[in-house]
Write a protein that binds this ligand. Sequence first.
Ligand code: B3K
Ligand code: ZN
Length: 849
Amino acid sequence: MTQAQAKYLKDYQAPLFTIETIDLNFNLAPNHTQVKAKSFVKRTSEHNEPLVLDGEGLKLVSVTVNGQSVVYQVKEGQLLIETVLNEFELVIETELDPAANSSLEGLYMSDGAYCTQCEAEGFRRITYFLDRPDVLAKYTVRIEAEKSAFPYLLSNGNLVEQGELEGGRHYVCWQDPFPKPAYLFALVAGDFDLLQDEFITRSERKVVLQVYVDKGNLHKAEHAMASLKKSMAWDESRFDLEYDLDIYMIVAVDFFNMGAMENKGLNIFNTKYVLADKLTATDDDYHGIESVVGHEYFHNWTGNRVTCRDWFQLSLKEGLTVFRDQEFSSDLGSRAVNRIHAIKVMKNQQFAEDSGPMSHPIRPDSVIEMNNFYTVTVYDKGAEVIRMMHTLLGEANFQAGMKLYFKRHDGQAVTCDDFVAAMEDASGIDLTQFRLWYSKAGTPVVSVTDSFDAMKGTYQLNLVQSLAGCNEALHIPFSIELLDANGHSKVNQVLNFTKKEQTFTFEGFSQKPICSLLQDFSAPVKLEYPFEVDQLVHLMRYATSEVARWEASVALVSQAIWQNVSHVKLHQTMTLDERVKDGFKGVLLSTELDRALMAEILATPSSSALVEQTDAVDLDALRVAREFVLSELALYCQDELTAVYGTLAHIDCAKSRALKNQCLIWLSRVSVDAEALVVSQFEQAENMTDALGALTAANIGDLPCRTALMSAFEQRWQNTPLVMDKWFMLQATRDSEDVIEGIKQLMQHPSFSMNNPNRVRSLIGSFAAGNLYQFHRNDGEGYRFLTECLIELNKLNPQVAARMVTPLIQFSKFDVKRQALIKEYLGQLLALPELSKDLYEKVSKALGQ
Ligand code: B3K
Ligand code: ZN
């Protein structure tokens, strides 16, 4: 292959030309779509450079400047036009083959409908253009297609004209009054069911709301619509932000590379984040839809009205918008549970990215394929960085910063520094040192030691921070609580930890307090502190923060597992401390804990979460030790688990279902009654949460009823793809020797398709990322299987292939034998004759090249 080139943030240059308006004309046909783009181009400064436009995989038909033919050159990925003019009208005609576009970038077909995905650099697959986020143009779009198959022709902005044409065709014209970068362009053409509603904004403007779904799914769009209305109201009340167009459209499509896309006024969504009813979607699915609908809506201000200067600034819009969607979910639902979910993403996925070959700062310095940087680092660590600013400034100052940011930058393409400057100027708080969070890769470690002086009654906390490759100290908001022996809170505050090493002293203690450290994960760091069992049990019972109680429970169970890993390695008998068992039982007996929080505590750390707690792992020992600890706990708490299950069995509320289903999983490990409970819950289930809860327990406990229940489920849902994804996922995550054989057979299943990212993720992705022990089989079969799939996906859909390679490149914690096998397969990928840029970037980094 021609070696892919990296681009660097330090090389950023303002555009030499800009395009202020563009008229796009689409004549849609599956294999021969004609696109005519008429742009008004302006030179931005005095220079004699040619106009260089981006373009990829395009069939170029014609180019004219001010109506005249011109000299141009087509190079790999570029169109060069020699001209001395300072302003001119450029007309480019291209031809596309959307039906053959399996990459799902640019214009493609999803189940018979046309749709687009342009972020990050997909617009250049539609026409030659200045495809960079700092070129903002006003768009007018005319779409023409056959009417009976494509009654709806949609694009951004407002519908300004439509009419009939000869031969059963029709056309529609759209105009978007807001200048936007090309990545926010969208087009959809198809036949849908339409759910329509309206929202009256705070200033009493009426906005038409539309959700377009596949025929027959209208009732499944209601939750998405309700979520949209809640998002609009919340952004007005919490952020003082109002919607700006007269119409807001959401279209759900089956074939989509990620969750959803915030195109101006015309969001395109993966069906997974739109379609829901009680029978087919779980409580988690409902929550996911609300949060993604919110996220895309919130982008209208943080992303669309103010956008990114260049793609290195992606976290400017993504970190901020994730922070906003997390706050939305927390204001509407349980703040603690939402925080726990965010912390899990950080510790289990983001820390893993930081310790692997794709480690990068939230504002990366260099990029080969931009699509590879829509990462947990840019998104979730980015949101943590915004959250830290919120912690340091407080809500009022933070909102003042947001106001100033919009006042300064509405309609502009700006940088992360511009955002921080607005926060700084509005609050008067110096964020110079804080800015380091934007440029440093990796997870900082904070090591804590403490001491108590009984004579003086003082308690001291000594904090030391370190980050590989970084000599400066980061500004870390470090939240702590000090509890006395009776569980009373004595100190609850955020420490400004700004030096490499710092000691904080607290006075007035008659006994050594018990300390809750890094409460609510107040900074994205790894904490090192040798907690004693008694301290953790105390925190589980008395910490004011519910998140801190959960953290303590995770630490308690994790420590017990790691101790037994050591026992296994030394061929010693495994043991479990009574205090751990009682601490756990205490949770089940508690009458004051929120049920959703109890469910979180009962969902003990997954094997991959445990791997992330250490630098090197003996997988075989981990598996044995984890099984031992979980079985011991289940046996010890069997009566309490049965009792809690019994009281919740028929309560119709999401929190109760969450707790009940956790109990059922525990019981399935040890209880002889579990089989009957599982079968009865499955048969009586009136919603997907209960049905899937039963199936999950049957799978984890490997119960005799498993096969029968799995086939009953398959029979019932074989024509509902999103539900089949859950079934594929359960099949692929079974910890069983024959799972790979099973997956290979399922790839022939009528519901499976290698072309559909949801199917690929649920069957192949969930195996590689969610079946730790089988993926890492020591004969390398897991690696071989994934590699074979990636070779096929490399051609079909490079973006999906590059996402799925993640478990294969994060190998540093495994033993040398496994690492050697992994490198062998990565070598095979690197040698592929037509390796995509996407895979090349990740695989070559993993191999250290
Ligand atoms: N901005 C899109 C993600 C685009 C990904 C391109 N590979 C969705 C979102 O974050 O809202
Ligand atoms: Zn986003």
